[in-house]
Structures are given as C-alpha cells and as structure tokens.
Ligand binder design. Structure first.
Ligand SMILES: C[S@@+](CC[C@H](N)C(=O)[O-])C[C@H]1O[C@@H](n2cnc3c(N)ncnc32)[C@H](O)[C@@H]1O
Length: 346
C-alpha cells in the first residue's frame, strides 16, 4: 500500500488532518516526506498499525492515546489512558503561577519585572540543556482541546502558545512570603505531571512536590519528569494526605470539576479518559471545595492557592476562597474568554 493510497483510505473514515498525523506516526516520517514521496510503500507493520489506529480513531478514541504523547507548553509529554490528556487551557494555571513566582523573584533580586505581550514573564528558552529532546514537528498534535465537558468548537487550541493574548495582570499584593529563595510548590492531582514539570523546569529555583491518587498516573508523570529532566517529588495519596504537617509557598491544582451527570461526559473523547480525572462529585465542585478548605493548613502565611475550574465555577471558587480565609480572590479567563483559573493568597 502506497502512502497516498493509505491516506485516501483513512480520509474516508476520519478527519483529514488526523489521518495525516496518524500516518506520519505509523510510517515514522515527517509531513514533508509524505508530500515529497507519496508513492513510498508502507511496510506491513506500519500498515497494520495505521489500520488499527484509524479504526480506533473512528470510534472516538483521542489521538493522544493512540500515539501515546501530546504537547504542552512546547514540550512532549507521554500519556496513557490512565491520565487526563493535557489541555491548552491549563497553560493559564501555569502562567498565573509563574507570574507570581517571577514577581516575587524580581522583587527579591531588585530587578524590574518584564512582561511580554502574553501577560506572562518572558519565558525561559524551552530547549535549554536538561529539558529533553526538541519537539518533532509531527508531535504537534491537533488534539481536540475542548474544555472538559463543556463543549466548545471543534478546532483544537493547540496553538495557545503562539497566539498573543491581552495583558491582564491581576493586581498582586506585596509581600508574599515564601516565594523568594527556594519556594516550595505543591501540584495537587498531577496526572501526567504537566503542571509540576512545567513549573520545575521554568522556575528552577523552586522545589516542586506533586500528588495524585492514582499510582498509574504517577508512574506516567514520573517517567515524563525523568525524560524531561525535571526534579519533582511525586507522592501518592488523597489530596493533602501525603504532605501532612508540611507547608508550601504556593499550591496549584487542576482537580476534577465536571458534574457527574454532565451530558458532555459521553462525548468528544471524554469516555476514554479516566473518570477519576474528570468528575468532581454530583455538582462538579466537591474536589475544588476540598482543595480550597484544606489549603490554609498547608500554606505559609501569604501563600497562594491557584485552581483551574469550569467556565461557570469562577464566582463559586472566589466565594469558597474567601470563606476559607483567603485574600484578594481573582479569576483569570482562558484564551476563549471563559473563566478558567481562580486564586487568592492568605
Ligand atoms: C483533571 S486531572 C488533572 C491532571 C493534570 N494536572 C492536568 O492538568 O492535566 C485531575 C487529577 O486529579 C487526580 N485526583 C482525583 N482525585 C484525587 C484525590 N482525591 N487525591 C489526589 N488526586 C486526585 C486524578 O487522578 C487526576 O490525575
């Protein structure tokens, strides 16, 4: 079977770009190779792999699970059905954490904070030593980056890093304690490790701890950290249980936040993702409420809690933060303008 024949066969069954990406993975070649040499035959192994992937994709299985990897903040993360597929929306969480870490660091170094047009501190080079391999073009998967369970249009949001966004810094109170020096950061519900690993690599001064209830997810996260050269302490357990008695300068979390009866759970690839990573109790708020309520006991004075949540959960999160004794609660929208991350400090 020639490459172009294989592609035509697949295009009758799945999305055109998905077909091309799967063929690139199956044949271990680049897009340019497909264009330049469409007549090259697929060997039997590649053809069988391609057929299998196309059939599974046609049944709705996410592309990232088929090929076993996806991209977040310009890095390739391995994924398995044991972990949530990273969403571009979660970049908002990482960026909000980095803004606060950078501001604290700038203040302690007495250097001006430099913001680029995306509202975040100038990013460190993504391919510096120790961060692992360069991103191959064929790994730039167009995973359908819809918000978990709340719909959205079909185009993926994988271009999130490249798109400019309006600068909308939330006013930051002065004098955050514990963010200077070697801030201790905690990522709750780490999944594939994208948040903890991104923070560890982009804020090397920090010491990062990450927790998940799922030992299989933790194995994926630890493998990603090892491959990308990130120093992260991974602990298994129920939210704060593994860090009893410990305090942090900042806690970040992207907990499950979909309501158990949300009809979106049965569409858009979500049935393939772990329910434990998606569902936050009957109303979607159970995990958010638990993480917020128990946070003060695990933060230094002035410490920050930042949470990703659903588009209609911002006001509730701010109320829960205030009720737990946090100051200056804020909500930051994502690229599509939906409420996405809320946070506050003690
Ligand atoms: C929405 S996923 C987030 C994964 C990853 N942080 C990300 O942003 O892609 C939520 C994660 O929380 C974990 N989780 C669910 N309940 C938990 C609990 N009680 N304690 C710790 N982790 C939990 C799930 O296993 C899952 O990995």
């Amino acid at each position: 079977m020639r490459r172009d024949e294989a592609l035509n066969w697949a295009r009758q069954r799945i999305d055109r770009q998905d077909a091309r990406l799967l063929l690139q993975y199956a044949a271990a070649c680049r897009h340019a190779d497909l264009l330049a040499h469409p007549e090259t035959p697929l060997d039997a192994v590649a053809w069988q792999r391609f057929i299998g992937w196309v059939e599974r994709r046609a049944k709705g299985e996410p592309l990232a699970y088929l090929v076993g990897e996806t991209e977040f903040r310009g890095r390739v993360f391995q994924v398995s059905p044991a972990v949530l597929i990273p969403r571009p929306d979660t970049e908002v969480l990482v960026e909000q954490a980095l803004i606060r870490l950078q501001i604290a660091r700038s203040a302690s170094l007495d250097t001006p904070l430099s913001l680029d047009g995306r509202g975040s501190p100038h990013p460190r080079p993504l391919s510096h030593e120790g961060e692992g391999r360069q991103i191959p073009p064929l790994s730039r998967l167009r995973e359908r980056g819809r918000e978990r369970g709340f719909g959205g249009e079909g185009e993926g949001r994988a271009g999130a890093l490249a798109k400019p966004r309006p600068l909308s810094p939330t006013p930051l109170p002065r004098g955050e304690r514990g963010l200077e020096g070697t801030p201790a950061l905690l990522d709750l519900g780490t999944g594939s490790g994208i948040v903890a690993i991104s923070l560890a690599l982009e804020c090397p001064a920090a010491s990062v701890t990450a927790i998940d209830l799922s030992p299989v997810a933790l194995a994926v996260a630890a493998a990603n950290a090892g491959r990308l050269g990130a120093a992260v302490e991974f602990l298994e357990g129920d939210w704060y249980a593994p860090v009893a008695g410990r305090r942090f300068a900042m806690i970040v979390a992207n907990p499950p936040y979909i309501a158990a009866d949300d009809p979106h759970l049965s569409g858009d690839g979500l049935p393939f993702e772990p329910r434990q990573a998606l569902v936050g109790g009957a109303d979607g708020l159970a995990c958010l409420a638990r993480v917020i309520a128990d946070a003060p006991a695990h933060l230094h004075p002035g410490g920050w809690l930042l949470l990703e949540h659903g588009h209609d959960q911002g006001a509730t999160c701010r109320n829960l933060l205030a009720a737990a004794g946090f100051q200056d609660p804020f909500t930051q929208p994502d690229l599509s303008g939906s409420d996405r991350v809320s946070g506050a400090h003690l």
